[in-house]
Design a protein around this ligand. Structure first.
Ligand SMILES: Cc1cc2nc3c(=O)[nH]c(=O)nc-3n(C[C@H](O)[C@H](O)[C@H](O)COP(=O)(O)OP(=O)(O)OC[C@H]3O[C@@H](n4cnc5c(N)ncnc54)[C@H](O)[C@@H]3O)c2cc1C
Ligand SMILES: *[C@@H]1O[C@H](CO)[C@@H](O)[C@H](O)[C@H]1NC(C)=O
Ligand SMILES: *[C@@H]1O[C@H](CO)[C@@H](O)[C@H](O)[C@H]1NC(C)=O
Ligand SMILES: *[C@@H]1O[C@H](CO)[C@@H](O)[C@H](O)[C@H]1NC(C)=O
Ligand SMILES: *[C@@H]1O[C@H](CO)[C@@H](O)[C@H](O)[C@H]1NC(C)=O
Ligand SMILES: *[C@@H]1O[C@H](CO)[C@@H](O)[C@H](O)[C@H]1NC(C)=O
Ligand SMILES: *[C@@H]1O[C@H](CO)[C@@H](O)[C@H](O)[C@H]1NC(C)=O
Ligand SMILES: *[C@@H]1O[C@H](CO)[C@@H](O)[C@H](O)[C@H]1NC(C)=O
Ligand SMILES: *[C@@H]1O[C@H](CO)[C@@H](O)[C@H](O)[C@H]1NC(C)=O
Ligand SMILES: *[C@@H]1O[C@H](CO)[C@@H](O)[C@H](O)[C@H]1NC(C)=O
Ligand SMILES: *[C@@H]1O[C@H](CO)[C@@H](O)[C@H](O)[C@H]1NC(C)=O
Ligand SMILES: *[C@@H]1O[C@H](CO)[C@@H](O)[C@H](O)[C@H]1NC(C)=O
Ligand SMILES: *[C@@H]1O[C@H](CO)[C@@H](O)[C@H](O)[C@H]1NC(C)=O
Length: 603
């Protein structure tokens, strides 16, 4: 999630470089018949494309709605990622949420990458796998031990290429090498620039070890504590699924075709149906988003990797979803699966900012002269303050004992004891969307997240205009369950406690007005949370996996669509609960396993 509301004053560069196997126009494509057609070139889609084309006998087409990732400066420079979130960004879907009743009825922007790389091309690059409990719960809920932490760890490793930080500082004591792979695909590294506040974070863990213990590596399966952030960054540059899994040596494969600027409208069943189980082998798409619909054919499988919003949207447009609802909208029902688009799970986030007695914060980038100097340094040597995004320490924490009595009356939504109830993201600048006070200030912020929310939302079709080219209705149901509000209250109280350590004496000044007001009463705190809460951009659950004969869910544990053949879903939407960390690493691991499941089917 973005951690600042200030766009850094750099002009969006135009993308122009076209790779040999990257097609921008449908007319250039050599053909429309493939073994596999992958819908969406995001985190998951590009992993699957890479792994399937390891077999030279598999012809693979990837169809991506957004443009190529090449030649976009703010996509590459980590600290410039905020610029990708401009209102009219060409790299995002134009999504808004439905009015959020839990957030004073506000309709909010809902950021989704629309670029080759998907979320990994626009995200804040936090590399966080979630807890071992998260995956053990996936195994329990799906009835497939293949989704357990122990079984998934090799897939996390297969994805990861740990590299030195941009400044080549000594990493000892900042991560545990035994949980990492140094020869995988996707670059991961520690912060490559040292801000003075870092030492105060570590000092706090020494001062308050009971409440805020140091965790050497939050990616070990046990997330609890405060740790150094690991980012999907290599050589001071964003590592996305496009730059890693679709790197030049892979785009060179003659059996891999990638078509960008192209939106899929529907998946279609075989024209000559055998029996009553629909067999999906065709993908309908458009380049002008109105008409001119083309169809590509997959002789083996159609793989849907359009993400937690795009995937249920395409399914419902295709007649896969709740039969009654779709029929009412005039869409012919092909498979009655009421879970499509339901159980949408998202983490609510509240940013909190304080004035800081410092001149070394991200606010320096608002000085254009300084920014030019920093950018020149990045350009020349991939060093300097632009090599890391904002937010350099993460804490995943359980409620303190005095707040745990809530579980006497309701179930704990977190997956287990290795899992945070809440997360703190400690950042060297003002918080996300926080109105900037008058005058030139420097700030520190702690973003508070309900890591394991109880609320469940939905993705549904626009009932008046249910077109594949119109946005779906996105309802993350922020704070609809009162537990999530409670969790954020505790998180904010704990953030205040964190910054009350001696380590911050003389550094953290007063909170910004809205936070100061919030801390005066329980009612004020609630009002502040409802006013400032946003989605953490980690949606999952909209095409959840469930046991083979369950009366809910969308895919079986092998990710094949229920009640159909030929169609598999491999992306974040299959996770039945949101991982308690950030969602890109879990999605990468799901995709690595998903690719193995496909290969096993066609071995
Ligand atoms: C602003 C932002 C910040 C984030 N920060 C972090 C972070 O710091 N750390 C972290 O771990 N996670 C973060 N995430 C979340 C993470 O990026 C996602 O969980 C992850 O990318 C999900 O992968 P996916 O493959 O399911 O979907 P995506 O990566 O979203 O890929 C789906 C792809 O499908 C394409 N698509 C969708 N519909 C269609 C269609 N109809 N036709 C053709 N193509 C289509 C999309 O354009 C997209 O490229 C962030 C996300 C956002 C948006
Ligand atoms: C939100 O909208 C509902 C329904 O329109 C209304 O009843 C409620 O009072 C509104 N809440 C706020 C805080 O405006
Ligand atoms: C998984 O199921 C087992 C057996 O029912 C149970 O002991 C364990 O706590 C569950 N783990 C999670 C993370 O749900
Ligand atoms: C890095 O730091 C550790 C612990 O302080 C030390 O043992 C090690 O020698 C250092 N490595 C290098 C290359 O300086
Ligand atoms: C590291 O990643 C590579 C490439 O994905 C893989 O071949 C290797 O097995 C991985 N190593 C471990 C220890 O998992
Ligand atoms: C890092 O990037 C710089 C600038 O593009 C390049 O010269 C250098 O070779 C890169 N280093 C690595 C290890 O990729
Ligand atoms: C791509 O393939 C060509 C021809 O086989 C080869 O010469 C070139 O080195 C390859 N490029 C990469 C980046 O692998
Ligand atoms: C939502 O998920 C739960 C399991 O977490 C399941 O029991 C329930 O049936 C699901 N609901 C729908 C509508 O899919
Ligand atoms: C902006 O940065 C430049 C270069 O570091 C510095 O000389 C100048 O004083 C700064 N301006 C302000 C207003 O801080
Ligand atoms: C980076 O350096 C190259 C070569 O010196 C130059 O052409 C390019 O304009 C620079 N880009 C930026 C963003 O400064
Ligand atoms: C958590 O417990 C502390 C100490 O009893 C209390 O001050 C605080 O209000 C509690 N938080 C919530 C959200 O109830
Ligand atoms: C449905 O789509 C129409 C046409 O794009 C739009 O005007 C309307 O606001 C949408 N409805 C909702 C509830 O978003
Ligand atoms: C700000 O920090 C300086 C030392 O860096 C210290 O002398 C000064 O007292 C601090 N100001 C406040 C208001 O704490």
């Amino acid at each position: 999630m973005s951690l600042s509301n200030r766009l850094i004053p750099v002009v969006l560069a135009a993308a122009a470089v076209v790779n040999a196997k990257l097609y921008t126009a449908m007319a250039q494509l050599p053909g429309l018949n493939y073994d596999f057609v992958i819908i969406g070139g995001g985190a998951a889609g590009n992993v699957v494309a890479n792994r399937l084309t390891e077999n030279p006998n598999f012809q693979v087409l990837v169809i991506e709605a957004g443009p190529s990732n090449e030649g976009i400066l703010e996509e590459q420079v980590p600290a410039l990622a905020l610029n990708l979130y401009a209102e009219d960004s060409p790299y995002l879907w134009p999504y808004m949420t439905t009015p959020q009743v839990g957030a004073n009825n506000a309709s909010q922007r809902f950021l989704r990458g629309r670029i080759l790389g998907g979320g990994t091309g626009v995200n804040e690059m936090f590399y966080s796998r979630g807890s071992s409990d998260d995956f053990d719960r996936y195994a329990n809920v799906s009835g497939d031990q293949g989704w357990s932490w122990d079984a998934m760890l090799p897939y996390f490793l297969k994805n990861e290429k740990w590299v030195a930080p941009a400044d080549h500082h000594n990493e000892t004591g900042q991560f545990d090498p035994k949980f990492h792979n140094f020869t995988g695909m996707n670059s991961v590294s520690l912060a490559g620039y040292q801000w003075p506040m870092f030492s105060r974070v570590i000092q706090t863990t020494q001062e308050m070890p009971d409440e805020f213990p140091f965790n050497l590596d939050y990616n070990s399966g046990n997330t609890i504590g405060v740790g150094w952030v690991q980012y999907t960054i290599g050589n001071g540059t964003r590592s996305s699924s496009a730059s890693s899994y679709l790197g030049p040596q892979f785009m060179n494969r003659t059996n891999l075709h990638v078509l960008v600027n192209t939106q899929v409208s529907r998946v279609l069943p075989a024209t000559s149906g055998k029996g009553k189980t629909p067999h999906f082998n065709r993908v309908e798409f458009s380049q002008d988003l109105k008409s001119a619909l083309f169809v590509a054919t997959a002789s083996k499988e159609v793989i849907l990797s359009a993400g937690a919003i795009g995937t249920p949207h395409i399914l419902m447009n295709s007649g896969i979803g709740d039969k009654k609802t779709l029929t009412k909208l005039g869409i012919k029902s092909l498979i009655d699966l009421p879970s499509v688009g339901q159980n949408f799970t998202e983490q609510p986030l509240v940013p909190n900012s304080w004035f800081a007695n410092s001149t070394d914060t991200y606010e320096n980038f608002n000085n254009e002269t300084q920014l030019d100097i920093d950018l020149a340094m990045w350009n020349q040597s991939r060093t300097g303050p632009l090599v890391s995004p904002i937010g350099q320490h993460l804490a995943f924490l359980r409620f303190p004992k005095e707040n745990s009595s809530i579980f006497e009356t309701r179930e704990d939504p977190s997956a287990g004891p290795n899992t945070g109830h809440y997360e703190l993201e400690i950042a060297n600048g003002i918080g996300l969307l926080t109105p900037i006070p008058a005058g030139d200030g420097h700030f520190i912020s702690v973003q508070t997240v309900c890591a394991a929310p109880a609320s469940r939302g939905s993705v549904t079709l626009n009932t008046t205009h249910p077109s594949p080219f119109n946005s779906p209705l996105i309802d993350p149901a922020l704070l609809m369950d009162s537990y999530d509000l409670f969790a954020l209250k505790v998180a904010i109280q704990q953030a205040v406690k964190f910054l009350s350590a001696d380590a911050w004496q003389g550094y953290v000044l007063e909170p910004l007005d809205d936070l100061a007001q919030a801390l005066t009463s329980d009612e004020a705190l609630e009002a502040y949370i409802r006013q400032t809460v946003v989605a953490n951009e980690h949606p999952v659950g909209t095409a959840a996996m469930s046991p083979k004969n369950a009366d809910w869910g969308v895919v079986d544990p092998d990710l094949l669509m229920k009640k159909a053949t030929g169609l598999r879903i491999i992306d974040a939407s299959i996770m039945p609960y949101v991982p308690s960390g950030h969602s890109q690493a879990p999605t990468y691991a799901v995709a690595e396993r998903g690719a193995d499941l496909v290969k096993a089917t066609w071995a």
